[in-house]
Ligand binder design. Structure first.
Ligand code: IMP
Ligand code: MG
Length: 379
């Protein structure tokens, strides 16, 4: 793998980024989260067991080498981080000392979570993300550095993090290391949930695209980063907002059950639909995604046919085009397993579409048919 790699959610989050990042993590010295906070739900599998975490990077903690860095672009709930670390320490003692936190990161206060709950009109995760960023941009934000001492609940949690071995370092202090060592940037959410380029106002409040890595202080590395976008073989959305390829009723129920599509942060049933190629091409161009991995191909095993949206009636001009989009589909023969030629034909269809419709001639480079390492198949 390359010295610098970004794993980016190419659509609406929950693409299976963490499962792939976790598998690649042992090859990296650092794993960096650049935006968002505990709204993310990262599901990983270790020795056939499922783990969900929200703030910790998806490091494979069994490997002694990788460190984690939570950047200044994030909105961090210290109480939640303490909980997650304490839980993880039971399996992996001393991992706290492998976690670094940028003191300039925004803090999610208990009050932010209260406001999120009482003003939630778009189906947010209620993790206080919007209100915390709102304060940040109003220049009255709470930052980690403000709670390094004191008696507040938040200051006590920061004290707990210190006791757990967490180190507090600005990105600038670590940049020389980042320049010498290898870094995997782990995305959260997806390009269509981006604050600037997503389906506003049905978006999260952070930069979910490649440029969020720059915002986190890594601009000096941006042009060296290999960018891989993750997309499922179909599409899901949790929370409100436009979803042109959405399935309804029994068809939706079936796919949701097969894919186990229930939110890992909120437990909500995810809306499900077909893969949306115009939206994917848009995301690749907006976030400079060079390569795509198609995840959860096995979920569609046994479908007689599989649909893919290959065009909107009016060309996409921004994510706003997803509102009221009229979709056109190609129906492709289904497959039974990864040995089935139809599966490979589906992947070539997606690949050819992207090569033709993206500025960087984005390619499909791998797919997954399960959660074990062997189930990630490079093409
Ligand atoms: P917030 O990020 O909690 O403010 O929620 C804003 C929107 O983004 C809502 O529609 C959420 O469901 C969605 N969202 C936030 N985080 C994730 C995620 O990790 N996966 C999928 N959707 C997310
Ligand atoms: Mg998730």
């Amino acid at each position: 793998m390359n010295q610098y790699l970004a794993i980016i959610g190419s659509l609406l989050g929950d693409e299976g980024k963490a499962r792939i990042a976790h598998q690649l993590a042992p090859q990296y010295d650092w794993m960096v989260r650049w935006g968002g906070g505990a709204n993310a739900g990262h599901t990983i599998y270790r020795d056939k067991k499922k783990y969900v975490h929200h703030l910790l990077p998806s490091i494979d903690w069994r490997h002694p080498k990788t460190n984690g860095f939570l950047s200044a672009g994030m909105a961090i709930d210290p109480q939640e981080l303490v909980k997650e670390l304490e839980q993880a320490q039971q399996d992996f003692p001393n991992i706290g000392s492998r976690l670094y936190l940028d003191p300039n990161a925004t803090v999610v206060l208990p009050s932010h979570k209260q406001v999120d709950i009482s003003t939630n009109t778009i189906g947010t995760t209620n993790k206080g993300i919007g209100p915390a960023y709102q304060d940040k941009y109003a220049r009255k934000g709470a930052r980690i550095v403000d709670f390094m001492s004191g008696a507040s609940e938040t200051a006590r949690s920061i004290g707990d993090l210190k006791s757990l071995g967490v180190q507090f370092k600005h990105v600038y202090e670590l940049l020389p290391k980042f320049h010498q060592e290898s870094v995997l940037f782990e995305g959260a959410q997806g390009v269509l949930l981006d604050i600037n380029h997503g389906t506003y106002p049905y978006v999260t409040c952070s930069d979910t695209t490649l440029s969020g890595i720059g915002q986190a202080g890594f601009s000096s590395l941006i042009n060296k980063i290999r960018t891989i976008g993750i997309s499922k073989a179909y599409l899901t959305r949790v929370g409100q907002g436009p979803f042109p390829t959405q399935l309804k009723d029994a068809e939706a129920e079936n796919l949701r059950t097969l894919g186990d599509e229930f939110g890992s942060t909120t437990g909500r049933a995810r809306d499900v639909g077909w893969l949306d190629l115009p939206a994917l091409a848009y995301a690749c161009d907006i976030s400079a995604i060079q390569e795509v991995i198609i995840s959860k191909m096995d979920v569609l095993n046994g479908f007689k046919t599989v649909k893919v949206c290959h065009a909107y009636e009016k060309p996409i001009t921004s994510a706003t085009s997803l509102f009221n989009a009229v979709t056109k589909y190609t129906e492709l023969p289904g497959w039974k397993s990864s040995d089935d030629q139809n599966l490979w034909d589906f992947l070539s269809f997606v690949n050819n579409y992207l090569v033709e419709h993206t500025l960087m001639k984005t390619k499909v480079v791998a797919f997954s048919v399960g959660v074990e390492d062997k189930d990630l198949i490079w093409m």
